[in-house]
Design a protein around this ligand. Sequence first.
Ligand SMILES: NC(=O)c1ccc[n+]([C@@H]2O[C@H](COP(=O)([O-])OP(=O)(O)OC[C@H]3O[C@@H](n4cnc5c(N)ncnc54)[C@H](O)[C@@H]3O)[C@@H](O)[C@H]2O)c1
Length: 402
Amino acid sequence: MAEDYNRFFEESAAQRGARVQTMQLPGTDARYRLLLIGAGKIGREHIQVAQLLGRATVQGIFDTDRGSIEAALALFQEIGAEAPQVHSSLEAALADTSYDAILVCTPNYTHYDILQQAFKTGKPLFVEKPIATSLVDAARIVEQARDYAGFIQIGMQYRYKSQYTEAFRETKQRNALGAVKTISMSEYRPPFLDKVKQWNKFNEYSGGTLVEKCCHYFDLINLMAETRPRRVYASGGQAVNFLDFEYEGQASDIHDHAFVVVDYDNGIRGSFTLNMFCEELYEELIVAGEKGRLIAMEASSFKRDTASVGRIKVEVEGHADYEFRDVTYPGIVERSGHHGATFFEHEALVAQLEGRGVNSATPMQGLWAMIVASAAQHSIEEQSVVEIDDYLRQCELSWLTD
Ligand SMILES: NC(=O)c1ccc[n+]([C@@H]2O[C@H](COP(=O)([O-])OP(=O)(O)OC[C@H]3O[C@@H](n4cnc5c(N)ncnc54)[C@H](O)[C@@H]3O)[C@@H](O)[C@H]2O)c1
């Protein structure tokens, strides 16, 4: 599962930040042509970040919503980018062989069907998380990915957040904590934002809150634990958000808070706390090992005028970062989307296009993040502990238990 986590440590957040300071931004060496399927909120972040990095540009878009296409075209104009070709159908977009890679940034429930079409192109694919809404679909995609000609990069860009890359360097490369024993993550944030047709307010379209939103965190916890999850217990529900929300006669049913406990095969214990009825965003990773504790945190606001901040501290005797150290990326990338994580995700995409290996999430890693999330949701429904192997057999995915 953690086959390529080592690449996390090649560069520190500070080195990455310093490299950005020496870069000419926006970059001007845009040799790769990208096709964007889904030009909504994250699709437009990809347009902007690709333009900023300047190594690839979005030159074609397809979206089923006129409003999203217009918003995207306005963005191209605003950032001084050449207007893209707007394709009239998915088939037409995929039939255009001039693109170097395809970005799938549509709602979760559409990923599986769109991928079935996109796989016919053999082109490198970037697919937003989660890879699907059900484990069965996600596992099928993983099977298909095995024989696929191009690479497939999953949009788990939290891996590139500064404080988490530092946490991985400390724990894995420098072994600062000794053997890791517990990993706990938490996210406190405001409610889900508006989306086109409000797909994220419904389990059916998003896969559920823990799958949709929190697969990022389970991916990081899985990587930190370096082994498979054995059992999951979770408690959660819908306490405050969207209680009276309806869209086209359907009542919202998504969770807005949860506590999740994960036991890993190697004895490491993980936990995740979610709360989505807060004013501001606060994320925290606390890793404890034989020698001490590491805290990596991020605070930011959904209100525009407040800068985000990432910090790390390592409470191990004599450690240089015993007190909090600021690891925030330079403002230009920090503001470009998800605290600079999307920018470095694009660097990884370009690196893969150039044939270099990167530490972005593979379909299999995307699936394992979903397995924990999905088991947690199942645990909430059943109010019981979920043994992962049993759960996978129940989902007719026994091949994953080997
Ligand atoms: N990596 C991250 O941090 C991150 C952040 C936000 C969203 N996402 C993911 O990105 C995806 C999109 O989320 P969003 O926030 O941009 O949602 P959104 O609703 O803002 O945008 C989705 C866009 O896809 C379009 N669309 C829907 N069905 C389509 C289809 N069949 N073909 C083409 N276009 C279609 C919609 O019209 C809309 O414009 C989701 O999978 C979401 O989980 C990831």
